[in-house]
Write a protein of this length. Sequence first.
Length: 94
Amino acid sequence: MSLLGQLSADDNSHHFDNPALEYWADALTSKPLRIHNLAIGRVVRDLRLASGYSQEAFGFEAGLDRSYISLLERGRRSPTLDTIVCLCAVFDLT
């Protein structure tokens, strides 16, 4: 059974021996988090790391605070379209 199949949105009493599974279980059952936020966060983090930016330097280039970049990468924030445009500008994406 998949991790999603093992989790219920109403049941936060899960426990996994693997810390990574525990993290994703928390992330997937937390109402403020949505799977698309996690996906966007992972892409932003991968692009940032591939470009050699620290969170602070990347935030400066994008005109965003380092703490917001951290929250975004962890799927704790939903970026607005304006924020996505700022992020894409740093990576020269259109």
